[in-house]
Design a protein around this ligand. Structure first.
Ligand code: IMP
Ligand code: MG
Length: 173
């Protein structure tokens, strides 16, 4: 089993999630639809919608599943949709939510899909940003933490499907 070194603990993450919710509420008028990218965003999204509720918003929730890393640490250059395209986004204000923005390909692919599905306006959000790894020109509108080129796990984020359950974010060698 790999060793995980703690990077951001649970209270620190909770504080960032509250701040992101406040930023979303400030930027997006009305009640948004949050579209989470599976599987990595599931914990973040669950906390984010409850943070939005605390400040009086009533977000809708949907998910998209994109092709994943598999067992490797490098994401695929060819992002694919697995399963259904999003429905019921016509005219909605949508925030695409991912765990990490790395090369940016996943977030850009998802943003395009959501636009094609008829969303009125689309924002992007990632809990963790790795700007030094960017390969496509996309900047997430809402970001929790910015990190160097390290591989992180926990709080929904995996390495080969392990570590998603951890309440904190850590690095693996
Ligand atoms: P991108 O398409 O290269 O931006 O990759 C984003 C996706 O790669 C995220 O949704 C994550 O699932 C995954 N990913 C990127 N960096 C890491 C990491 O450090 N740990 C685990 N997954 C990662
Ligand atoms: Mg992912």
């Amino acid at each position: 089993m790999t060793t995980v070194t703690k990077l951001f603990d649970a209270p620190e993450i909770a504080e960032r999630v509250e701040r992101i919710a406040a930023e979303i509420a400030g930027a997006v008028s009305g009640d948004p639809t949050l579209v989470g990218l599976l599987k990595g965003s599931f914990v973040f999204l669950a906390d984010l919608v409850r943070a939005l509720d605390r400040i009086g918003r009533q977000p809708r929730i949907d998910f998209l599943r994109l092709s994943s890393y598999g067992q490797a640490r490098e994401s695929s250059r060819n992002v694919r949709l697995i399963g259904d395209a999003p429905s019921d986004l016509q005219g909605r204000h949508v925030v695409v939510v991912d765990d990490i923005v790395d090369t940016g390909r996943s977030l850009q692919f998802a943003k395009n899909l959501v636009e094609q599905a008829g969303a009125a306006k689309v924002w992007t959000c990632a809990l963790v940003d790795k700007p030094s790894r960017r390969a496509v020109d996309i900047k997430a509108d809402f970001v929790g933490f910015t990190v160097d080129d390290v591989f992180v796990v926990g709080y929904g984020i995996d390495f080969a499907e392990d570590h998603r359950h951890l309440p904190y974010i850590g690095t693996v060698e």
